[in-house]
Ligand binder design. Structure first.
Ligand SMILES: C[S@@+](CC[C@H](N)C(=O)[O-])C[C@H]1O[C@@H](n2cnc3c(N)ncnc32)[C@H](O)[C@@H]1O
Length: 238
């Protein structure tokens, strides 16, 4: 499907589902390769079934700090982060099944015990979490929804951020990154208006790209297209 066809499809869906909640993603079917298909069976224990309740209870050490990544794509950077931080628990939420399969394939091969993934709308999953229960929420290269009529699908918004803030611990962080300059401007404007959040880079600034955030597939594509990368890290202060 071309981008225009996808856009039209999104509008059709909005019209069809006018009484349902607007979502931040579009499910696309794509075939699984052999290792992805095998991974779903072999490493199925890494996949949580929705509804999941409190994500922390699915780990051997539920008391450890929890990072939730929304929309991990193919999951390479999430696996690398989980590997580099064995003292934390990680949950990745995605709706793209080949990405989920690829992520569990790599996590399973690496023998990770501190990572779980699930196929669900992150908004629904967050709603099930107790308040003040997540240490870090990360959102890397979210769909920018470039057309004005699709802005309501952008994850970073005054409609969706209250839920993220509620579920973060005090002192916990929301970390987003984007290669789409207009979305970067939008993000900083929304996030700096949130009274419970503080910009760790100082007002009006993006955060210097942290070297502990591995490059993602969409980041690489953005760089190849000559786009500037902006990271934002906001701390929940109250
Ligand atoms: C542009 S891709 C970026 C993927 C990856 N983070 C990267 O940088 O390569 C955005 C991803 O977010 C996922 N997504 C968007 N909204 C979501 C939601 N509410 N819950 C779960 N996944 C979501 C989409 O399915 C898509 O795979």
């Amino acid at each position: 499907m071309s981008n225009d066809q996808l856009d039209q499809h999104a509008v059709d869906l909005d019209n069809l589902n006018e009484h349902r909640e607007i979502v931040t993603f579009m499910r696309r079917s794509a075939p699984l390769n052999t290792s992805q298909r095998t991974a779903l069976e072999q490493y199925g224990h890494l996949i949580l079934e929705y509804p999941v309740g409190d994500l922390r209870q699915h780990f051997e050490h539920p008391e450890r700090p929890l990072t939730v990544e929304i929309g991990f794509g193919m999951g390479r950077s999430l696996v690398l982060m989980a590997k580099a931080n064995p003292e934390r628990n990680f949950v990745g939420i995605e709706v793209h099944v080949p990405g989920i399969a690829q992520c569990v394939y790599e996590a399973g091969l690496a023998g990770l015990t501190n990572l779980r993934v699930l196929d669900a709308d992150a908004i629904q999953v967050l709603r099930e979490m107790p308040d003040n229960s997540i240490n870090t929420v990360q959102l890397y290269f979210p769909d920018p929804w470039q057309k004005k009529r699709h802005f309501k699908r952008r994850f970073v918004s005054h409609d969706r951020m209250p839920l993220v803030e509620e579920k973060l611990e005090i002192g916990g962080t929301f970390h987003s990154a984007t290669d789409w300059e207009p979305y970067a401007e939008w993000m900083i404007e929304v996030l700096e208006e949130r009274p419970r959040l503080e910009n760790l880079a100082g007002k009006g600034n993006s955060y210097p790209r942290p070297d502990w955030r591995p490059q993602t597939k969409f980041e690489r594509r953005g760089i190849e297209a000559g786009h500037k990368i902006n990271d934002f890290i906001f701390k929940k202060v109250n």
